[in-house]
Structures are given as structure tokens and as C-alpha cells.
Design a protein around this ligand. Structure first.
Ligand code: MG
Length: 437
């Protein structure tokens, strides 16, 4: 007779149940509390202009560690000290699995928050913990974030030159390489708007260098893009970065004048202090707006997204607190029809590039990703750094972030001092007054 006991006994030995137990054991494997055992702070300058601060978070599980970047190129020594003296000692012994909880804990730990130093420190730990979680699961981080929402990450390239012809050739070069999106700058930072050194009406003494003139800039840049569009046809996606140099009325004027050029976006047309003017820009032009390279605070990006005043959010993922915060911003963007265009820059590093990449792959609100590439020595120092092929970015497909750091090579390049003459953000007008970047 089949009793309840005999039925249960039969079930215990059934092959399918053994298989279920095995699956259950696999799922719970490695779920014992994972602790942060130690953290190395690794500061390195593989090139003099690169001042990178990385962390290597070691756990109590043999050989399991995660990497993070606290990249804040112009405050790198302050970041190193913040990590070594303030944050790292407080992270030892914490549970490495609790990414969100540790993010929130870090956020309030220094009481005053949302500054560049605290944000990159926050991002460094966040990245390392996602790296650890991915390695522990045997999966790339993007799989933990929901899996691929696209096959690879399209990039925009940077073209530029001193003339319309040079800009045109630059765009054509990148189109031939497979890029569809190209940012074009007439010369460098603010290029197209400069009076040559000593030229124009100048005070008797004082500043004689090249001087920014916003009317000249608006005139030159709008003509540049109208010519490029005419020569390139409708297909290429054209982008431009104003670098925040304009007053609100000049910004309005430029946005309107660029309308016939059908821009993919115009970036940072206003400084962060004047973002309320995006309402007026929205009201008079269809030129798409990208904003946020300098943002560090939710009060900066939230109204622009929630009021649908911009088309692309441009924060640097490492500068807003890492993957955890970027996913939340991307979700907010999705609700309001805004897209992402995470900032990169020549000072940024392969770990920061990868945290943007893993988010990019998984979000429906993705717009475009800024390109960044590294000298060969960086690829030797950081095996698994993302690769660019045909205008797309690809990761190594290894578990975690998919990158490693060769500490011996990093030690060969101790972090450089901040150059005493570093003032590339300084732009002045003819009277010697500062133009806000
Ligand atoms: Mg920019």
C-alpha cells in the first residue's frame, strides 16, 4: 500500500529530484557572506597626461577580486588621499555582495555629497563590486544588468581641423572606418570663435592671447555645419560640442541657425549654471540638445530629463557614482523619452569606459556612446580593455567587467604631479575676462 512515508521516500531517491537538488546546490554555491578583505590603491600615469587612481578590492574568497577606477584627472591626488585616508579603511570587512546598500552607505558617509571626489570614489567601489559579482557568477556584468538590449555599442568619433575642408576629410575618414556618428570641432576647445593673439580691441595692458568672441563663434560654427551637411548628404550623424562657452541668447541663436544642418545633437550649449534656459531653447528650435558632461548632482540632471528639456544626457558614468547610478538615470530617461550619451574623454581610463559599456549594452534609453581609445602601453597594462572595431565597442566577454590590471606595469609609471601650467579650461575674451567652460 502506498503510504505518505513510502511516497516521500520514493521522491527522495527519484533521479529528477537528485537533479533538482544539484541545481539548487549550484544556485546557492558561493552565496556565503563575501567580505571585503583588503583594498589596494594603485595610482599610475602610463602617459604623463594620464593620472589614474584604481582600486583592487580583495575578498575573503581565494583569488576573487574586483577592479574600480576613481578617475578625477584634475584632482587625482585628492582622490588618492580620500581613498587611503577616509574611505578604504571604512570598507574593510563590509559585505561585497551588497552593492546597493554600500552605494547608499557611501553616499551619506561623508555627510556632504555629490562632489566630484566623493562621486568617483563611490564609482570605484561600485565598479569593483559589480566586477566581483560578475566573476563570482561567471558572467559578464551586462548579463547581471538584464542582458543585451543591443548587439554592440555604437560610438561617435571625433573629427576636427582648422578648416571646413579638414573637418570634411576628418568626417569622411571615420565614415570609411564604419562610424555613423561623428563629432566635428573647428580646431580645439572653442575653436571657430577665437580672435588671434593681439588682434581686436584690447586693453592697454593685460591679456593678449587668443580671445573668444561668441558672435564670431555662432557665425563660424553654423556655417561650418551647413556646408558639411551639403557636402555629406543626409545620412551621416553630425555632432558638435560647444563646451559651455555661450551666453543664453547666443546659445539660442546657434541652436536656431543649426536647424537646417539636422544635427544629431549639440552638446553643452550652456554652462551648468544656466540650465534653466533650456526651456527657452526647447521652445524655439528642433535642434537636439545634449547636456551634462559637468554634472555631478541629481538636481542638475533630474529637471532636464523629467521636464523633457534635453534629448541626451551626457554625464560621465564614473563621475556620477558608477553603474548603480547610471542604470537609475537611464531608467529615468526611458520614462521621459531622453537618451543617453555617456561622456568619455582623453583623460578617462579603460575601467570607466567599460562601466559605461556594460550599462550601454543593457538599456533601452541608449542613444550613443562617446569614443575613447588608449595607447598600446595601456592595453598591455590592462588586458581585456574594450576594443573598437568598425565604429562599435566590444568587451572581452570575460566574467565581471572583463578587464585586469597588471600591477607591475602600473608601478613602472608612478602617478604624475598635476602640471603647474594646467589651465586648458581657461578661455578669455578680448577684455581679459574669463569665459565660463
Ligand atoms: Mg564635451
Amino acid at each position: 500500500m502506498l503510504t505518505r512515508r513510502s511516497l516521500l521516500k520514493g521522491l527522495v531517491v527519484a533521479p529528477w529530484l537528485l537533479r533538482a537538488q544539484e541545481i539548487c546546490a549550484q544556485a546557492s554555491r558561493g552565496s556565503a557572506p563575501l567580505k571585503i578583505k583588503d583594498i589596494k590603491v594603485i595610482a599610475t600615469s602610463p602617459r604623463p597626461y594620464l593620472r589614474w587612481v584604481f582600486i583592487k578590492v580583495l575578498t575573503n574568497e581565494d583569488g576573487l577580486y574586483g577592479l574600480g577606477s576613481a578617475n578625477c584627472a584634475y584632482l587625482s591626488w585628492a582622490v588618492k588621499a580620500a581613498l587611503e585616508k577616509h574611505f578604504v579603511p571604512s570598507w574593510i570587512g563590509k559585505e561585497a555582495d551588497r552593492i546597493e546598500d554600500l552605494w547608499q552607505w557611501n553616499y551619506v558617509r561623508s555627510y556632504w555629497r555629490n562632489g566630484p571626489v566623493t562621486n568617483v570614489v563611490q564609482a570605484a567601489l561600485d565598479s569593483a563590486l559589480w566586477d566581483i559579482k560578475g566573476k563570482r557568477a561567471g558572467l559578464p556584468v551586462y548579463e547581471l544588468l538584464g542582458g543585451k538590449a543591443r548587439d554592440a555599442v555604437p560610438l561617435y568619433a571625433h573629427a576636427g581641423g582648422a578648416s571646413v575642408q579638414a573637418c570634411l576629410e576628418g568626417v569622411q575618414k571615420y565614415l570609411a572606418q564604419g562610424y555613423r556618428h561623428v563629432r566635428v570641432q573647428l580646431g580645439g576647445y572653442g575653436g571657430g570663435g577665437f580672435l588671434p593673439p593681439g588682434k581686436g580691441s584690447r586693453p592697454e595692458t593685460g591679456f593678449k592671447g587668443q580671445a573668444f568672441d561668441e558672435e564670431l563663434y555662432v557665425e563660424t560654427i553654423s556655417k561650418l555645419f551647413l556646408q558639411l551637411r551639403e557636402k555629406l548628404g543626409a545620412e551621416p550623424k553630425l555632432l558638435h560640442d560647444v563646451h559651455e562657452h555661450l551666453t543664453p541668447s547666443a546659445a539660442l541663436n546657434l541652436a536656431k541657425r543649426l536647424e537646417p544642418a539636422n544635427m544629431f545633437f549639440v552638446e553643452d550649449i550652456l554652462p551648468p549654471e544656466q540650465i534653466d534656459y533650456f526651456k527657452q531653447i526647447r521652445g524655439v528650435t528642433t535642434t537636439p540638445m545634449a547636456m551634462g558632461e559637468l554634472f555631478t548632482h541629481p538636481h542638475e540632471w533630474r529637471p532636464l530629463i523629467a521636464e523633457r528639456l534635453i534629448d541626451f544626457i551626457r554625464c560621465r558614468v564614473g563621475m556620477i557614482g558608477g553603474i548603480t547610478q547610471a542604470k537609475k538615470i537611464a531608467s529615468l530617461c526611458e520614462q521621459f523619452g531622453v537618451r543617453t550619451a555617456w561622456q568619455e574623454g582623453s583623460d578617462n581610463d579603460p575601467i570607466n569606459q567599460l562601466i559605461a559599456y556594460h550599462v550601454d549594452l543593457t538599456i533601452p534609453s541608449f542613444g550613443i556612446q562617446e569614443e575613447n581609445h588608449f595607447p598600446e602601453v595601456v592595453h598591455e597594462m590592462m588586458p581585456g580593455a574594450a576594443q573598437i572595431r568598425g565604429g562599435y565597442l566590444y568587451c572581452s566577454e570575460k566574467s565581471g567587467l572583463g578587464i585586469d590590471l597588471n600591477e607591475e606595469i602600473a608601478a613602472r609609471f608612478p602617478m604624475a604631479d598635476d602640471p603647474k601650467v594646467s589651465d586648458w579650461t581657461t578661455v578669455r575674451g578680448v577684455d581679459g575676462s574669463l569665459v565660463k567652460p
